[in-house]
Design a protein around this ligand. Sequence first.
Ligand code: DGJ
Length: 713
Amino acid sequence: MRKHYFLLTIIFLTWSVVRAQERIDVHTRNMSLVFNVGADKKLYQSYMGSRIAAAAVPADTTVESYPQGGGSYLFEPAIRMVHADGNPSLDLRVASWKVDSMDTNVRVTSILMKDPVYPVSVVLELRAYSREDVITSKVLIRHDEPQPVKVSHFASSMLHFHADSYWLTQFHGDWAREMHMDESRLTSGIKIVDSKLGSRADMYQTPAFLLSLDRSSSEEEGEVLAGTLAWSGSFQLLFEVDEKDRLSVAAGMNPYASDYVLDPGKTLPTPEFIFTYSNKGRGQASRNLHAWARSYGVLNGKGPRMTLLNNWESTQFAFNEPKLDSLFGETRKLGADLFLLDDGWFGNKYPRNDDHTSLGDWQENKTKLPHGIARLEKAAAAQGVKFGIWVEPEMVSPKSELYEKHPDWVLKLPNRSEHYFRNQLVLDLVNPAVQDFVFKTVDDLLTQHSGIAYIKWDCNRMMTNEYSPYLGFRQTNLYVDYVRSLYAVLDRLRAKHPSVPMMLCSGGGGRTDYGALKYFTEFWPSDNTDAVERVYIQWGYSYFFPANTIACHVTSWGKEPLKFRTDVAMMGRLGYDLDVSKMKEKELAFSQQALKDYRRLSGTIGQGDLFRLLSPYDRERAALMYVDADKKKAVLFGYVLYPRYGSTWPPVKLQGLDGQKSYRVREINRYPGVHGVLVEDGKKLSGEYLMKVGLNILRADALSSAVIEITEE
Ligand code: DGJ
């Protein structure tokens, strides 16, 4: 008791009471966000951009930083609340603020705002990561009114700009066509990029964007804000250009159908909006986010990743113990670290032989696996490979023992028939009993089988039937509370199993966000593994996620040569999902060597700085490279897609090297018996030459590709 009292005193003392016209500045190495507290004690944004001395910024009171609905603000508010007495307005004044230094790199600025009349407080919390040039923003909403209030808008952040023009790059798609990149000029009024999918964030739209100011930015030039929301459910990115051509950008959970009923004394925390600003183009913005992600955003972001063989593409649901034994052997033969057993291993009353049954019945299917997972662990270990397994614990098939036993555990509208997607339903995760079940499903797997070294956590549908039998009259809390419940389960799981690698999957790339990624080591970007498609899809993800988080498998989806497919998969975390037994001798030898080379280079690919050199969106070729922090090692990738007849390509100029150093350039991943592409293969060249003249890595032929290892010598 005394200890708590002491702690409260310390916290209280660190908050400094605010003075009018006080400046609150949040800086990273190259970026500043400056606020000013007006004479009215309202919070104004005075500046957002490249680093500036706060004293140089006039104490401006034109643009309210986190505007509230219901008062005199006439645009889309950051927050709106209906009080217990029905008053639909909020009036936030800064009461105090504080800065906590977490270490030499991270400073947290907390600005406490209060309503002078109603007992409501909102803390705007900005976490500045100096080295990485990243700021995260979230708010904590709390009240002590006698009855619950309804919060109908709850942006994690609102940023304001005044530029000549605004250029929004958004990413959108569908199953198997994720991350299509599109740029458009923002015009007067509102543009919303959002999703209402509930249990996944992105499928049609992605919770991430690039915003260029004054003109469209390039990789190396221009002012650009890159932002992404750490939230795995319905989200909203809102861009509003007002009558004076000023732009406000609000990012947060989607307010759609989500008037949040907040009890007295409880806090509603919003997810973090993660952003970086660069005046040196998009490339720098991506490198900032990657560096942040590896240190703070992704589980074990700096650790190694395992290569693997997955069986989804080659067997689908049709396997048994002898088949898996042979696949363990093929994993070893190939030289991958781990075998990943996908969907289809469970269900007895309703065996999982297709996608119509069994989700929820997480017991080994006795026909396919009479000796259970225990035998598989041993058999994999006997081959010297690790073993991983697929689960989809948030879902239930209507044909399952779980559904029969707990029909009240699913999201289901009263008086309406059930709506299925992939023949399944979403469990009512806000129900604590369901949370226990989901936790136990994964916990049991990991506790009972020490040989499980990897989990693929899938989520194959969005939310419909949006009604939680558990929530009763608070149905408008469902979208928000579902995701919070998911994180609560993942928190429990990670407390007990802190380091087991997990892949975040959602019927392809339906969940690719930093809200979930702090529990996961990597994500599945798309079920589409056609290598040409993957050049574009992986290109899109590369704006926000580092290569070691992007799982890339060589499969038989596309008709590209094996070399091309392998070179594309090597840009991320390399894996395989094809029938190794059908590989010809040369194909196997090539793949074995590729895995060996990848092992040597995965540190540079996963941890290095990314430079996107030639965009596939410009012409039918692409090139990018990764460079180690000490600039001693780099890996360059080049691809020719489907060029027009007679297309020729000049040498590709490299970036990120040290102009004073000399480098040996060596083409790897050469297919046995086929000429390499690199004209300068084996030469020692200066960094200056490589960056000013470049390397000839693009051939005229369609679907040719090259991987070049660049080593200081
Ligand atoms: C969707 C995933 O994206 C696939 O990789 C595979 O795991 C299937 N689900 C299994 O049902």
